[in-house]
Design a binder for this molecule. Structure first.
Ligand code: IPE
Ligand code: IPE
Ligand code: MG
Length: 280
């Protein structure tokens, strides 16, 4: 089913408004938190919360793709989450398996490219195989890149990268003087993905919980009290509209940013005029 033909005209209008009113985040990262609390509040089992959380995943993936966001990274399971009761971990793995089986064709039809970060080798064999097949099937897609962070932790990826750099130094491929931020980033599992522009965390917690700790250095952060199972496309729209109002300064002053934006505007005006006079 093509997601672009599935929208209500009202939804389409809201999306067009957002697209026209400012820059979209190129990379949106989400800490999907609060499934358990959502369920407990309703006297359901935590499993019911995880199940409902998948409905939010479906809606947010679809809406991100419809908006034309290029990268969406979802924190689905951290290395620390292995410390949860075995029964909860096994439900989460089953739900992941079910999600991949049920959604792969639709994701593929809608040009989604599936990607993972994390210690995939510690996931159950059947989940590893499903992930491998999903990545393979969708590898040439040019729509949304959907990265699932599974058995992931930011510190784990940093330590892994340091080990690999040390090995390359031993092999003579890299010298210590070569180590720069760019070189370091190229060893991370996120090397082919730009840093997140916007991080959303649901359920009100003000922490990173070991998610993309290197990559989030200059991301805008949006925290909502809503639990993940109740976070749907209208909440996503709200977070993006909030993002569009922010001034990203990257250490500079507000005045400097204003001058840069003016320069960009005049450059684009000049290039439009030049193009208009070009002989075709
Ligand atoms: C997020 O919801 C899902 C995972 C971490 C896998 P939680 O399960 O953490 O829900 P809360 O935070 O306990 O409410
Ligand atoms: C963060 O949620 C991890 C994921 C959403 C996968 P947690 O529920 O594990 O985070 P903490 O333990 O409250 O920091
Ligand atoms: Mg939690």
């Amino acid at each position: 089913m093509n997601w672009l033909n599935q929208q209500s005209s009202q939804d389409n209008d809201i999306q067009n408004n957002i697209i026209q009113s400012g820059k979209l985040p190129r990379h949106l990262a989400v800490i999907m938190d609060g499934n358990g609390r959502w369920a407990v509040e309703r006297k359901f089992s935590r499993t019911a919360g995880h199940r409902e959380g998948i409905e939010s995943v479906r809606d947010i993936v679809k809406a991100s793709s419809q908006l034309g966001i290029q990268y969406l990274t979802l924190y689905a399971f951290s290395i620390e989450n292995w410390k949860r009761p075995v029964s909860e971990v096994s439900v989460l793995m089953k739900l992941l398996e079910h999600f991949l089986k049920a959604e792969l064709n639709e994701l593929h039809e809608n040009k989604v490219r599936i990607n993972t970060i994390g210690k995939i080798s510690s996931l159950p064999q059947n989940v590893q195989k499903l992930l491998h097949d999903s990545i393979e099937k969708t590898k040439d897609n040019e729509g949304l890149t959907l990265t699932l962070a599974l058995s992931y932790s930011g510190r784990w990826d940093i330590v892994r990268s340091v080990q690999m750099i040390a090995l390359d130094i031993r092999r003579g491929k890299v010298s210590p003087e070569d180590i720069s931020e760019d070189l370091f980033s190229s060893y991370l599992q996120t090397s082919k993905i730009p840093d997140p522009d916007l991080l959303i965390r649901t359920s009100g917690e003000m922490r990173l919980s070991n998610f993309l700790i290197w990559e989030l250095a200059y991301s805008e952060i949006y925290i909502t009290d809503k639990f993940w199972p109740e976070f749907r496309r209208t909440d996503l729209y709200e977070s993006i509209m909030n993002y569009q109002k922010r001034e990203r300064r990257f250490g500079k002053t507000s005045d400097q940013i204003a001058i840069e934006n003016n320069n960009k505007e005049s450059e684009s005006y000049i290039s439009r005029v030049v193009n208009a006079f070009k002989i075709k």
